[in-house]
Write a protein that binds this ligand. Structure first.
Ligand code: NFE
Length: 552
């Protein structure tokens, strides 16, 4: 029996430790530990809902827009109001820009280096690489010859920086399977992705005043007012991102799948999914029927069981267990609840071992994220999603409709690109919609509260999955606040019934050939795109260790 620890996991947002027991070449048990306490719930006590929407964004520099929106929705529910049609479209655009940034960042700059070895690209034949890109149908915006020369010069000077510190030697150098030509193409796209992320953030900054931590979304609507010039700028940027995503991301995903079919064989996880829904749909507003509102989102709400059977969310079935995390007591709190009592003890996988609380739905661990959203949209029959999921299934050698074919580490990685393409296309539609609204003379962007005492929950999605903000407001001031972020679901510890959290379950059974570099475990962690948030950073400078193995 061997213990294998990866700490910290790099190429994620925030600080995360994974500890695994390895037996007979496979992970036999796993514990995931989040090393951050955020405590935003305590910071917003006594503040107004308007302040809260601005403050809670500071949880994270990657998904601030989603927090502003979930908080604004909670505020609007407490205030008894809905937003105007213009505000709906503008918020969709702002949220969509952040989704595009996150999905591109994650695919190329965080996850891809588990599959792509830029050092291998040094031996590529450039002409063959150009032929391969054409055959694979993937884009060719970079000068591959110039890139090849640049990489060679960097390698000669020892300046490969982030490309030099990866796990290319895992499994005695056999873990990376792509040809030098495929590695050269994907390295070019890695670099292009940096520009596209920046472009997506420019869209957020245009609509939000700045990025990260946008300033325009508030309970009641938006402070952003379009002009023809701003809409023209928006259109140009949105078109550029759409074209790149359409030409690059799905074809690259198929290239990865060709070389790594083995990564489709592990990493299933808990097999149950939640999506609260995101991007408010047409047919606005829905009045007081919140369930209808969530079901009509462009990516709709759904709770899915092991057979992908859909049900509507019931807030009271969401609870959080404290017994294995660094919080007071061993209670299970039922939503909506407003208790946050941090209480650090020792790191002990047999007792408490993480700052991440343990949310469950109807007592069970649930996976959140793009895969959950796409499954929800497929089951709710969103036409674009049904068509593209079936196409991807056929390309992967599976049957249309067989969602089980995605339940793996590479399946989770691949399916997210359908979402990226969908959102990139919707962005273009929303710009047109906004242009039409402006031309029609509709100029309503903000609404005042009807009451300043009440309770409200914002069910929404961040790029990494289902996001929940709930607040209790008295005379305009917050008395109670609770947030359940996507990674809390995915990185959850063992629950009160003894079930492991979704990532822990996905890790159990993963093949480990090289105990010093458990690359398939790392691929599985990255497939969830974890974020333990960027607030408090806990590290152990004394040991300076990033990786250790302990034989017991
Ligand atoms: Ni810090 Fe976030 C997203 C949220 S974390 S990135 O997406 O909420 O799961």
């Amino acid at each position: 029996m061997t213990r294998s620890v990866i700490d910290p996991i790099t190429r994620i947002e925030g600080h995360l430790r994974v500890e695994m027991e390895v037996q007979n070449g496979k992970v036999a048990d796993a514990w995931v530990s989040g090393g951050c306490f955020r405590g935003m719930e305590l910071v917003v006590q006594g503040r107004t809902p308007e302040d809260a929407a601005q403050i809670v964004e500071r949880i994270c520099g990657v998904c601030p827009v989603s927090h502003a929106h979930a908080s604004s929705i909670a505020g609007e529910k407490a205030y008894g109001i809905t937003i105007s049609n213009n505000a709906r479209i503008i918020r969709n655009l702002l949220e969509g820009a952040q989704f595009l940034h996150s999905n591109i960042l994650w695919m190329y700059n965080l996850a891809a280096l588990d599959y792509v070895n830029p050092l291998n690209a040094l031996t590529a034949n450039v002409a063959d690489a150009i032929d391969l890109a054409q055959a694979a149908g993937t884009s060719m915006h970079s000068d591959l010859g110039a890139l090849h020369k640049k990489l060679a010069a960097f390698a000669k000077n020892g300046q490969l920086s982030i490309f030099s510190g990866n796990w290319f030697e895992a499994d005695e150098g056999t873990a990376y399977k792509m040809t030098p030509e495929a590695d050269l193409i994907c390295t070019a796209h890695y670099l292009e992705a940096l520009k596209m992320q920046a472009r997506a953030s420019e869209v957020s900054a245009l609509l939000g005043g700045k990025m990260p931590h946008v300033m325009t979304s508030v309970p009641g609507g938006t402070m952003w007012v379009p002009t023809e010039q701003k809409l023209d700028d928006l259109k140009a940027m949105v078109d550029e991102i759409y074209n790149w995503v359409a030409e690059t991301m799905l074809p690259d995903t198929m290239v990865l799948a060709t070389y790594y079919p083995n990564v489709l064989e592990f990493g299933k996880g808990c097999g149950r999914y939640i999506a609260w829904g995101v991007f408010e749909g047409p047919g606005w507003p829905y009045g007081d029927n919140y369930i209808d509102q969530m079901k009509n989102r462009y990516l709709p709400m759904a709770v899915l069981d092991e057979q992908f059977k859909v049900s509507d969310v019931e807030e009271s079935l969401i609870d959080e267990y404290m017994g294995r995390s660094w919080y007071k007591g061993t209670e299970t709190y039922q939503s909506p609840y407003f208790v946050t009592e941090p209480d650090f003890t020792e790191y002990d996988v047999n007792d408490r071992y993480t700052w991440v609380k343990c949310p469950t739905y109807d007592g069970k661990p649930m996976e959140a994220g793009s895969m959950a959203r796409i499954f929800a949209a497929y089951q709710r029959k969103v036409p674009f999603i049904v068509e593209n999921v079936d196409k991807l299934l056929v390309a992967l050698g599976a049957k249309p409709g067989d969602l089980t074919a995605f339940q793996s580490t590479l399946g989770r990685t691949a399916i997210r690109q359908i979402e990226t393409l969908y959102v990139a296309g919707l962005m273009r539609e929303w710009v047109t919609e906004l242009m039409e609204a402006l031309a029609s003379g509709d100029s309503e962007y903000f609404r005042e509260p009807k009451t300043i005492t009440g309770e409200g929950t914002g069910f929404w999605e961040a790029p990494r999955g289902a996001l929940y903000h709930s607040e209790k407001v008295k005379d305009g001031k917050i008395e109670g606040y609770q947030i359940i972020i996507p990674s809390t679901w995915n990185l959850a510890p063992i629950n009160g019934a003894g079930d492991h959290g979704p990532l822990e379950q996905a890790l159990i059974g993963v093949p480990v050939e090289d105990i010093e570099m458990p690359i398939n475990a790392l691929r599985t962690v990255h497939s969830f795109d974890p974020c333990t948030a960027c607030a408090v950073h806990v590290s152990e400078p004394a040991t300076g260790k990033h990786f250790e193995t302990v034989t017991s």
